[in-house]
Design a binder for this molecule. Structure first.
Ligand code: ADP
Ligand code: MG
Ligand code: MG
Length: 654
C-alpha cells in the first residue's frame, strides 16, 4: 500500500510548517520526471495484480473467529525468500507487502506478466500457489482468506485480544479499534491514522446505513454506552452502523490491477477510457455487505474506505463557513476521480475542479499541458500525511518522493502512475482500483484477466466509453447499492463510437464533445452481455478481439471460463459474494432477522468460505461450473508460436 519510506515520521503539528515546501518540490519533481520520461516510447504491455488477504484464527471450542495479528511475523518469513532470490539471482515467484491491518498481507506476482496472451493462463496458478505458500506458514487453527472480515471492530475481534482504548491518541481514540490491529511494523499506517485525525480536527466518522430486516428496530439506534460516553459517539447517526477508525475502511481487502502502456499518451487515454468502467466492475464484484458484525444496506466497501480516510476540515466539508481552509471539497481523498486527463477528453470534464493557482501556474510554467496540470494541481489540494524528518530536503532531479507522498494518498478509482525515477525497466502505467477482492483464486483471476482484456480490446478497436465525468460519480453511488447488478441501471454509452483522437490517430486537435444524447441507462447485463439492437456488450467485444488474436487452446479455454463466469455474474445466474453472504446470514438458524450477525453466524460463514476458497466445497451459486486450464508456466512451444505470430503479423502490417 503506497509509499513505504523509512525515517522518523512527523506528527500533524510538525508537518504543517513543511506543507507548502513539500508541495512545491513535489510538483517540481513531477515536472522534472515528466520531461525526462515523456518521450519514452515502445514499452510492452506488462501487468500485475495485487491481492490483499486477511489472516483468520478459529476458536472452534467457542465458535468464534478473529483476525490473527501475525502479519509482521509472516511477512518476515515470506520476504526471506526474496532475499535468498536476490543472492542467488533467481526470479521471485511472488512479492509480499504489508497492508494497513496487523492481520493483512498483500501478495503480487514476483514479476509482472508480459504481453503474450498465454500469460492469462498462468495468473490463477500463481494466485493459488501464493495462497498455499501463506497457508503453509499458518497454525492449525488459522487460515488465509481474500475477504474483508465482517466483524472488524466488534469486542475481541483480534487475536491476541486487545481491547480498544479511547484514551490512546496513537489509536486515534477509537472506541472500537485497538492500536495493535494496525500494522505496526512500518510507521506509515499508524502515522497516517493519526495525521488524518489531526488534519480533520476530530476522529473519522463512518456511518453506513443499516439493513432494515423484519426485526430490526426502527429507528435503529445502537446503544454504544458500553464503548464510550456521548462525546465519543456524538457522530453516530440513527439508522446507521457507526465506526470511528481508519481501519474499518483500510482494513478491508482490495483487488487492484496495474498495467503498462506503450507511452504516456496511451496511459492517459486508457486512464480516461477505463474510468467509466470502474463503477461497473465495482457492482459486478460486490463482496462486502457486513460491517462491524451488522448487515448493512450496501454491498461494497467503497464509501466506507472513503469515510475512513476523510481528512477534510469542517470548513472543507461545507459544515462551517470558510475561514482557515481554502475550499469546500466535495469528496474525500479516497473517491472517484474528478477529471479525465487525455487532452481530447476534456470536453467531458463537467465537475468544477479546485486547485491552487500557484501550483497550477508552476505546472504550466513547467510546460505541463493544461489537462494534466489540472489533474495534478487538483490532487495537490490534499496535504501530505507522511513526512519524514530526514527526507524533507531532496534532489528534485533524482527523487519523486514528495510527489509520490501526495499521489499515493489520493486513493482514486484509477491511478495514473509515472515511471519511478530509479527503475529504468518501468514505464508509464495505469492502475484500475475499484474491484472488490473475491473469495477464490478463480474469481480473482477472472476479474483481473477481464480488466486486462478490456484494455487490449479498447486499444485495438479504439472505441470510446467516455461520458461526462459527473456521471461516473453518480454510477459509483449506484454500484454500491444492494444487488446493484440486478437492481440498478447505469449511465453508459449507447452504441459503439470510435475515438477519433485515440493516441495513434492523435493530431492533438480533435476534441470529443459531451454527447449526452449518446448516453442511456443500462443494466449491468446489457453493458456486459449486450442489448438487442444496441450496445453489443463488453464480453462480445473482448471475444471479437480474441478472435483476431492468436491464442493457444488452453489459454483460450481458460479465458472462456472467465468470460462465461463474468457473463453469468452480470445476468444474476451466479451470485455476487455480497448476495451469497446475505443469503447465508438470512438462512442461518442463529440469525434473528434483526441485522445482527453474531459470532456463531460469522464462525459458520468463515468455515464455509474457507472450504469454498480451498476447493474443499464447490459452490455453484457463487462460482458456476468451471474447469480452468491454468498452469504454472507457459510452455516453450506456446511461447515460441505466439512470439512467431506476433513477428509475422508485424511484418504483414509493414
Ligand atoms: P502500488 O499500486 O501499491 O504502487 P506497485 O506499483 O508496486 O504497487 O505494483 C502493483 C502491480 O504492478 C504489481 O502487481 C506488479 O507486478 C505490477 N507491475 C510491476 N512492474 C510493472 C510494470 N512495469 N508494468 C505494469 N505493472 C507492473
Ligand atoms: Mg494494497
Ligand atoms: Mg495498488
Amino acid at each position: 500500500m503506497g509509499l513505504l519510506t523509512k525515517g522518523s515520521p512527523l506528527t500533524w503539528a510538525e508537518t504543517i510548517p513543511h506543507i507548502e515546501y513539500i508541495k512545491k518540490h513535489g510538483i517540481k519533481q513531477f515536472i522534472n520526471l515528466y520531461h525526462r520520461l515523456k518521450s519514452r516510447h515502445g514499452d510492452q504491455l506488462k501487468w500485475g495484480d495485487e491481492i490483499e488477504y486477511t489472516i483468520i484464527k478459529f476458536d472452534h471450542e467457542n465458535k468464534k473467529v478473529r483476525v490473527s495479528c501475525r502479519a509482521e511475523e509472516l511477512l518476515n518469513r515470506l520476504q526471506a525468500e526474496e532475499q535468498v532470490n536476490a543472492m542467488l539471482g533467481t526470479a521471485n515467484r511472488f512479492l509480499w507487502r504489508p497492508e494497513f491491518g496487523a492481520y493483512m498481507i498483500e501478495g503480487t506476482p514476483g514479476m509482472p506478466y508480459g504481453g503474450l496472451i498465454a500469460c492469462f493462463n498462468i495468473v490463477e496458478a500463481n494466485m493459488k500457489l501464493r495462497r498455499e505458500v501463506v497457508k503453509k506458514l499458518l497454525k492449525k487453527d488459522e487460515t488465509c482468506l481474500s475477504i474483508s472480515f465482517p466483524s472488524l471492530g466488534v469486542p475481541g475481534f483480534t487475536f491476541p485480544d486487545v481491547p480498544a482504548d479511547k484514551t490512546n491518541d496513537d489509536a486515534a481514540n477509537s472506541i472500537f479499534w485497538p492500536e495493535q490491529a494496525v500494522f505496526l511494523g512500518h510507521p506509515r499506517f499508524k502515522n497516517l491514522t493519526k495525521n488524518i485525525k489531526g488534519r480533520r480536527g476530530s476522529k473519522v466518522a463512518i456511518n453506513v446505513p443499516i439493513f432494515k430486516d423484519t426485526n430490526t428496530p426502527s429507528p435503529y439506534v445502537e446503544d454504544l454506552s458500553a464503548f464510550g460516553g456521548p462525546d465519543d459517539t456524538r457522530d453516530a447517526k440513527p439508522d446507521h452502523i457507526y465506526m470511528d477508525h481508519m481501519g474499518f475502511g483500510m482494513g478491508c481487502c482490495c483487488l487492484q490491477v496495474t498495467f503498462q502502456a506503450v507511452n504516456v499518451d496511451e496511459a492517459r487515454w486508457l486512464y480516461d477510457q477505463l474510468t467509466p468502467i470502474t463503477p461497473i466492475l465495482l457492482a459486478l464484484s460486490a463482496a462486502t455487505p457486513i460491517f462491524r458484525g451488522k448487515l448493512s444496506n450496501v454491498d461494497s466497501r467503497w464509501d466506507i474506505i472513503s469515510a475512513s480516510v476523510d481528512d477534510r476540515t469542517l470548513e472543507e466539508r461545507g459544515l462551517e463557513p470558510l475561514k482557515n481552509s481554502k475550499w469546500v471539497i466535495d469528496k474525500s481523498r479516497y473517491d472517484s476521480t474528478d477529471c479525465y486527463i487525455y487532452p481530447c477528453s476534456v470536453g467531458y470534464n463537467d465537475i468544477p475542479l479546485q486547485y491552487d493557482e500557484t501550483i497550477y501556474q508552476q505546472l504550466i510554467d513547467g510546460n505541463i499541458d493544461e489537462p494534466l496540470a489540472k489533474h495534478i494541481a487538483h490532487m495537490f489540494i490534499r496535504d501530505p500525511h507522511q513526512v519524514f524528518r530526514e527526507r524533507i530536503e531532496q534532489d528534485d532531479e533524482k527523487s519523486s518522493e514528495h510527489f509520490e507522498t501526495i499521489q499515493s494518498s489520493n486513493w482514486m478509482n484509477m491511478r495514473f502512475k509515472p515511471p519511478p525515477p530509479d527503475a529504468p525497466e518501468i514505464g508509464w502505467r495505469v492502475e484500475f482500483r475499484p474491484t472488490e477482492v473475491q473469495l477464490t483464486d478463480f474469481e480473482n483471476a477472472a476479474y483481473c484477466c477481464f480488466v486486462v482484456l478490456l484494455t487490449r480490446m479498447i486499444i485495438s478497436f479504439r472505441l470510446t466509453y467516455l461520458m461526462p465525468i459527473s456521471m461516473v460519480t453518480e454510477n459509483m453511488k449506484r454500484a454500491q447499492q444492494i444487488d446493484a447488478v440486478l437492481s440498478q441501471k447505469f449511465l453508459f454509452r449507447k452504441g459503439l463510437a470510435e475515438c477519433k483522437s485515440a493516441p495513434e490517430n492523435l493530431k492533438g486537435s480533435e476534441k470529443c464533445g459531451p454527447p449526452s444524447q449518446d448516453i442511456e441507462e443500462m443494466s449491468i447485463d446489457e453493458i456486459i452481455n449486450g442489448k438487442k439492437n444496441g450496445f453489443p456488450g463488453l464480453i462480445s467485444l473482448i471475444r471479437q478481439f480474441l478472435d483476431s488474436a492468436d491464442v493457444d487452446v488452453d489459454t483460450r479455454c481458460t479465458i472462456s471460463q472467465y468470460l462465461n463466469f463474468i457473463s453469468k455474474r452480470a445476468t444474476g445466474e451466479i451470485s455476487t459474494l455480497a448476495h451469497w453472504t446475505r443469503e447465508f446470514v438470512q438462512s442461518h438458524p442463529a440469525y434473528k432477522h434483526d441485522s445482527d450477525v453474531n459470532d456463531t453466524i460469522v464462525y459458520d460463514l468463515m468455515k464455509k468460505m474457507d472450504a469454498i476458497s480451498s476447493g474443499e466445497d464447490h459452490c455453484d451459486k457463487l462460482l458456476g461450473c468451471y474447469r480452468s486450464k491454468t498452469d504454472h508456466a507457459i510452455s516453450a512451444a506456446v511461447r515460441k508460436a505466439e512470439e512467431h505470430m506476433i513477428v509475422s503479423s508485424q511484418k504483414r502490417a509493414h
